[in-house]
Design a protein around this ligand. Structure first.
Ligand code: ZN
Length: 192
């Protein structure tokens, strides 16, 4: 059952697997942005608590859908235009990070999601207050240990593949100067 820590691990792994060159762990702002996007669909719990005093009332509804992931993928990909501190990630990555939450909930939990909302909707039933949420987040995080270990293994494999593909690529020494020059140009543009 993925909790915020588990969803964060799945999001970071999704970024690592999708990213060809740069690791997610190079910039803390990217780590934070990835963790937020990977947990974004559970904002319905906060909304339920704030407006109805019950975290279950809106849970697993529209925010746990393909449509929400597409919408938030687009919004997150242009958010840097509003605030320069937000990392600049492409639409595909932002979509996959948000959608990773929906997929994880779909396959790793017993409750339904609303994958094709507005054509289907599967609200969670029952009551969930602030105490239940805080207890789940802080005291039951150990339940995700299997997911976290699995994600760490995948990320280590990806790091090794990334390093070995550079080390053993016979053309790397020839195109490396060109790569370095383009990096310098990018840095120069940022400074201006
Ligand atoms: Zn969820």
């Amino acid at each position: 059952m993925p909790l915020p820590l588990g969803h964060a691990a799945i999001g970071l792994t999704t970024y690592e697997v999708c990213s060809k060159s740069e690791s997610v762990f190079h910039r803390w702002k990217v780590i934070l942005f990835v963790v937020i996007l990977a947990n974004l669909p559970d904002i319905d719990v906060i909304l339920g608590l704030l407006f109805r005093g019950n975290g279950s009332v809106f849970h697993r509804g529209p925010t746990h859908s393909l449509f929400f992931a597409l919408l938030m993928g687009f919004v997150a990909s242009i958010a840097w235009k509003c605030w320069s501190q937000i990392p600049r990630l492409g639409f595909g990555k932002c979509f996959l990070l948000t959608f990773s939450h929906v997929v994880a909930d779909l396959f790793l939990t017993a409750s339904e999601v609303s994958l094709f909302w507005p054509f289907e909707v599967n609200w969670t039933t029952g009551y969930c207050g602030w105490g239940d949420i805080l207890g789940t987040v802080f005291l039951q995080a150990f339940q995700d240990i299997g997911i976290i270990i699995g994600c760490i293994v995948i990320m280590i494999i990806k790091q090794l593949v990334r390093k070995s593909s550079r080390r053993w690529n016979p053309y790397w020494p020839f195109y490396r100067p060109a790569f370095d020059i383009s990096s310098i140009r990018l840095i120069g543009r940022r400074k201006r």
